[in-house]
Design a protein around this ligand. Structure first.
Ligand code: SF4
Length: 500
């Protein structure tokens, strides 16, 4: 389901962050940053922040809440300068620790730094401990500050590019970063390209953003994705950019969930339009596990692209894979679930009973669409199963004769350690249950998920180039207590930055 959208509270994976950076020729950066953050709002709704640099000093404003609430006119006017970065964020835990809100900004001997981070380091504690023993004092427990301190230390001794390279050699985990070092804006993507980051051209400068939809919002043009292990340095006058391939890991670990779930359908990520990938996933879902029914209904909004691909494929072939006869209309696509857009995450449900009925506040079936019919509901994921159980019940109560569930992704069997707030293993309904056991639990007449191979095919990627940790339990980074799906080199700590 859509991030922050349709699942009831606690039953959705949450992207933790969206990031942006701009460098303009002769115009304040703050408005483009502000608009870009609006375009990335789906990636984090707990806090928003902007750091700019006017050539002399750094300006920062970070506040709780949605972008529209975090900035007023006065705050925007205080953010002077033609370069800057921005961030929207979810907290790691339920409540927001403002010291962890971003961009993180600080001034060192080596200059002022601002950092926006999307992702999660798995060795932040080791790097932090080493920096602390070298005299660095931390103001937050976030991993972004760890990156800032490490970079600041390196910048005392070497140029910007070498400093970033050394930091990349020491941190392990997922990260897409936009950074200001004085009035220079940088973009960095981790060596496996786990989290997205793209580069775009504006009329009078350049932009880096988590998703290309943010570039579209600024009337810019997507140039390309930042490559895994690449550093992009935007010139302070917005006239151009330089790139440095600092690490070449030889393979990638793109988060497949970006395409399935997190990213906006109108974004292009790692070369694929998210909307088209979701339609293709829907087509494959029909090919793998299509079930003939009177009506196919997406869960609004993010189930739509899946359902449209599913129904398209269903018009071409029967569930058995035979060509559909001309006089057989196939299955009907219907918007049978209406969404109340005004039930946000702040809705308070004090009792378990209320929580269990929460989906009724968010979604309402159109009785005439489902009454007396066999219905297939298309959704993009099942996390804990609470929402699915309620949905099936709701549609049955509205008169459906049978309710089938089809899911456009493989079962989520393990948590994510790389910047997605998924749920713990104990909370995941698929962690220790078969598909049949889940079907029983959500009380659907049938249930099927998409295969991992179908996901890889839709993304035109090999399994080895995707992160599939949450659906296989094997991860591309070295996470303590977990297994890896590749040879992973976790940085070793000797107390001094590694040699070039
Ligand atoms: S574990 Fe899952 S959600 Fe996390 S980065 Fe990997 S694919 Fe994405």
């Amino acid at each position: 389901m859509e991030p922050g959208g349709d699942h009831i509270d606690g039953d959705e994976p949450r992207e933790k962050c969206g990031i942006v950076g701009v460098s303009l020729t002769d115009r304040a950066a703050v408005r483009p940053l502000y608009y870009a953050l609006y375009a990335l709002q789906h990636r984090g709704q707990e806090s928003a922040g902007i750091v700019t640099h006017d050539g002399f000093q750094q300006h920062s404003h970070v506040e709780r809440g949605l972008v529209g609430d975090a900035f007023d006119e006065r705050a925007l006017e205080s953010l002077a300068g033609s370069t800057g970065i921005g961030h929207v964020r979810y907290p790691t835990a339920g409540s927001l620790d403002k010291s962890c809100a971003q961009p993180f900004s600080v001034s060192f001997k080596s200059g002022s730094l601002g950092l926006s981070h999307n992702g999660n380091l798995v060795n932040a504690d080791e790097v932090r401990a080493e920096l602390e023993s070298a005299g660095h004092a931390f103001t937050s427990d976030g991993d972004t500050e760890v990156i800032a301190h490490d970079l600041a230390r390196n910048l005392l001794e070497e140029d910007l590019v070498r400093a970033v390279k050394h930091t990349m050699g020491r941190i392990h985990g997922s990260y897409s970063l936009t950074i200001t070092h004085d009035d220079t804006v940088l973009g960095v993507r981790d060596p496996l390209g786990n989290r997205p980051l793209c580069l775009g051209k504006l009329e009078d400068g350049y932009v880096l953003a988590s998703e290309s939809a943010a570039i579209d919002t600024l009337d810019g043009e997507l140039i390309r994705d930042v490559k895994p292990g690449e550093l992009v340095v935007l010139e302070p006058d917005g006239a151009g950019y330089d790139t440095y391939q600092l690490v070449d890991a030889g393979s990638t670990a793109h988060c497949f969930f970006e395409h399935v779930y997190f990213a906006r359908p109108d974004s292009i990520i790692d070369g694929s339009l998210v909307y088209e990938v979701r339609r293709e996933l829907g087509r494959k879902l029909w090919e793998e596990s299509g079930v003939e029914s009177d009506v196919v209904m997406p869960v609004p909004d993010s189930g739509r692209a899946f359902a449209s691909g599913y129904v398209d494929a269903a018009h071409e072939t029967t569930a058995d894979g035979d060509p559909r006869a001309e006089d057989d209309g196939g299955v009907e696509f219907a918007e049978g679930l209406m969404k109340n857009r005004y039930v946000g995450r702040t809705f308070i449900m004090p009792t378990q009973d209320e929580r269990e009925r929460a989906v009724r506040l968010k979604l309402n079936p159109i009785r005439s669409t489902v009454e007396g019919k066999t219905v297939t509901i298309i959704d993009d994921s099942i996390v804990r199963g609470t929402t699915s159980t309620q949905l099936v019940e709701l549609v049955r109560e509205a008169g459906a004769e049978a309710v089938h569930m089809r899911i456009g992704a493989p079962p989520i069997v393990a948590p994510c350690y790389f910047g997605i707030d998924m749920a713990t293993r104990e909370e995941l309904i698929a962690a220790d249950r078969s598909v049949e056991e889940i079907r029983e639990r959500i009380a659907a007449d049938s249930l099927a998920y998409l295969s991992i191979d179908a996901v890889a095919a839709a993304l035109e990627a090999s399994r080895a180039d995707l992160c599939l940790g949450c659906v296989t339990g094997e991860y591309p980074f070295d996470v303590e207590g977990e297994t890896t799906d590749r040879r992973v080199e976790r940085p070793e700590f000797s107390g001094v930055p590694a040699d070039d």
